[in-house]
Design a protein around this ligand. Structure first.
Ligand code: FAD
Ligand code: NAP
Length: 557
């Protein structure tokens, strides 16, 4: 039951609201967590910085923002009624359609009454004696709960690069990860885009249609596959809807949680002609499934280079100017070792007369002046500068909150050499604090909604078990955490993922330790680990029982 009490003492401590569970974030993770928490009969509040639900899809409103997982798959599976009633209009849903879907879910399950919007969580402090969390917000309010769930997102802390002079620019600056709600009219303007990751690759073709002239500032080229987006085929939609349960279950047997055309075992086991034919077929079909043509593409450099060379060949076919094509062709990382992009007319855009590619590798940005971008040799005068410069991924949103665990240990301090968790779900020293799609979980390597659903369900089941046990707390042990992080590292070391300087490693953020953060062992291996841990009485976790307080009971099978 929700309670409001006054802790007394100094007036600035004010009233504090009590719940069973505090959830931070109202994206797909926080919304589903709230739904399941209510199902357990617990009281919960969701605290959300934004003024609406949807998370990623609330913030990333830039032109061209679109899902790269097919819409029949990028949606919740937990409600048969929901998945039957919702109609996706395109093969890959646009940001606005996904946001409409998130709002539909919030309405359908009456979620908003327990969400406090326009409220940023600034601190979460564990109270050792009471075994509860006190969470404070930028609105000066405080909440307390025994359980706290961080559903703050892997890609929710937009990163503004520290380029000298950025704050002196006299035009307008927009970050793709925090795009204005109002229509941004760029017609007749000189526009610059810094960044050519997934966001840059999506926004560039759209801005080129509006701007008088578009300058694309590229430091590292990326592999991108045509999405071949199209209106939803009603037969295809019906096939999915008739077989949703079976297809969702099958998707969960794949590493990424996505049903693609099955991969063949090895790119090197077939003739070059056969390989070329298969790459052509996948290229024509479109989408990120291209990276799953052969299962050894992400493990074997020789195999990988066959796919990389195929895509470089396509770039040279599409881009009219061979010099521009060369600059756009990625050579410094294996294909798929950074999140592969899906585009709509990206490479074609560089054939437009109002688009200029600026190669920052040969001509780096020196400064941003009031007029625009200054490189070693040129000044690019701009009206608007778009930063498609990415995110402080996986740990960024958490490290912006003052999270304090047992005996004053801060999460920032604990993770200063890289994040360590048990299964991405909990971190030792921080009892009763759960993380959805935390570092050390498959999260960003998957259809993230699958990863979210699995994590949230596990957390809800754990809460039910803890309440059944009258547990005072549950906390990951350091031994289990160390063992798990070794597995996370070993899984990555067996692949080519570590060959790229990507945000998976955190190297896009100055000063962030270079540690490979997601678990790349795939959804099935991860999920069976999580299930086994729970089935063995939460092996690897310490559980303190209220009855034994302060004694600790270590549950074992
Ligand atoms: P989010 O959607 O990020 O939600 C987290 C919420 O927490 C946000 O609303 C944020 O405001 C809030 N929050 C954070 N910190 C605080 C705080 N201190 N106080 C209060 N509130 C806070 N995944 C895919 O699988 N396929 C895709 O095609 C795909 N496309 C993407 C495209 C873009 C542009 C981006 C950025 C990501 C994409 N992703 C994609 C990943 C995407 O983030 C996930 O699919 C999913 O939406 C994450 O949901 P979430 O609830 O975990 O996090
Ligand atoms: P990103 O992949 O990290 O790309 C950021 C880009 O900005 C890179 O090209 C980077 O260059 C460049 N950059 C950063 N700082 C710079 C600087 N100081 N000077 C010049 N260039 C700079 O970020 P993102 O494109 O926003 O994508 C992040 C993730 O979000 C994706 O990988 C994906 O998971 C998700 N996403 C998905 C979709 C989708 O298709 N559904 C769309 C958008 C995002 P360097 O590489 O040289 O550092």
């Amino acid at each position: 039951m929700q309670q409001i009490d006054n802790l007394g003492g100094s007036p600035d401590r004010g009233a504090i609201e009590s719940f069973d569970v505090i959830i931070v974030g109202a994206g797909f993770a926080g919304m589903y967590m709230l739904h399941l928490t209510r199902g357990l009969g617990l009281t919960a509040v969701v605290l959300e910085t934004a003024s609406g639900v949807g998370g990623t899809w609330f913030w990333n409103r830039y032109p061209g923002a679109r899902c790269d997982v097919e819409s029949m798959q990028y949606s919740y599976s937990f409600s048969e009624e929901l998945q039957q009633e919702w109609h996706w209009t395109e093969r890959y849903a646009s940001q606005s359609e996904i946001l409409r879907y998130a709002n539909h879910v919030a309405d359908k399950f009456d979620l908003r009454r327990d969400i406090v919007f326009d409220t940023k969580v600034v601190s979460a402090v564990f109270q050792d004696t009471e075994s509860e969390w006190i969470v404070s917000t930028d609105q000066g309010k405080r909440y307390r709960a025994k359980w706290c769930v961080m559903a703050t997102g892997c890609l929710s802390a937009a990163q503004t690069p520290a380029i000298t002079g950025l704050d002196t620019f006299s035009g307008t600056i927009h970050h793709t990860g925090n795009w204005p709600h109002e229509l941004v009219d760029l017609s007749g303007q000189k526009v610059g885009v810094i960044g050519t990751g997934s966001s840059g690759i999506q926004v560039v073709p759209e801005l080129a249609k509006q701007a008088e002239h578009l300058y694309v500032f590229q430091r590292t080229p990326n592999f991108s596959i045509p999405a071949r987006n199209q209106p939803m085929d009603s037969q295809y939609e019906n096939l999915w809807k008739e077989n949703y349960a079976e297809r969702r279950a099958k998707a969960r047997t794949t590493s990424s949680g996505i049903l693609y055309d099955p991969a063949s075992p090895s790119a090197l086991a077939v003739s070059p002609e056969e390989r070329q034919k298969e790459y052509e077929r996948r290229w024509a079909a479109g989408g990120t499934g291209f990276a799953s043509t052969y299962s050894d593409l992400i493990k074997n450099e020789e195999a990988n280079s066959t796919a990389a060379e195929f895509v470089r060949g396509k770039i040279r076919e599409v881009v009219a100017d061979p010099k521009v094509a060369d600059i756009l062709a990625p050579v410094d990382h294996p294909i798929g070792s950074k999140r592969i992009c899906a585009d709509t007319m990206y490479f074609e855009t560089f054939n437009r007369s109002n688009v200029t590619l600026v190669d920052l590798r040969t001509n780096p940005i020196q400064t941003i002046s009031p007029e625009g971008v200054v490189t070693g040799t040129d000044v690019y005068e701009l009206d608007t500068l778009v930063l498609a410069t990415g995110f402080d991924a996986m740990t960024g949103a958490l490290s912006k909150i003052d999270i304090v665990g047992r005996q004053g240990l801060t999460l920032r301090e604990k993770w200063k050499d890289g994040p360590n968790t048990f299964l991405g779900l909990m971190t030792s020293g921080f009892p009763n604090l759960f993380i959805v799609t935390g570092p050390g979980s498959p999260s960003v390597m998957t259809n993230v909604i699958v990863a979210i659903e699995d994590n949230v369900k596990w957390i809800a089941d754990c809460l039910a078990d803890m309440i059944g046990l009258s547990a005072e707390y549950i906390e990951a042990t350091s031994a289990a955490e160390e063992n798990w992080m070794n597995q996370v590292r070993e899984a990555a070391e067996g692949t080519l993922y570590t060959k790229a300087r990507s945000w998976y490693l955190g190297v896009n953020i100055p000063g962030k330790p270079a540690v490979f953060m997601p678990y790349v062992g795939g959804i099935p291996a991860y999920q069976s680990f999580c299930d086994e841990v729970a089935a063995k009485g939460y092996e690897g976790f310490q559980i303190g029982l209220e009855a034994d307080r302060p004694a600790i009971c270590q549950l074992r099978a």
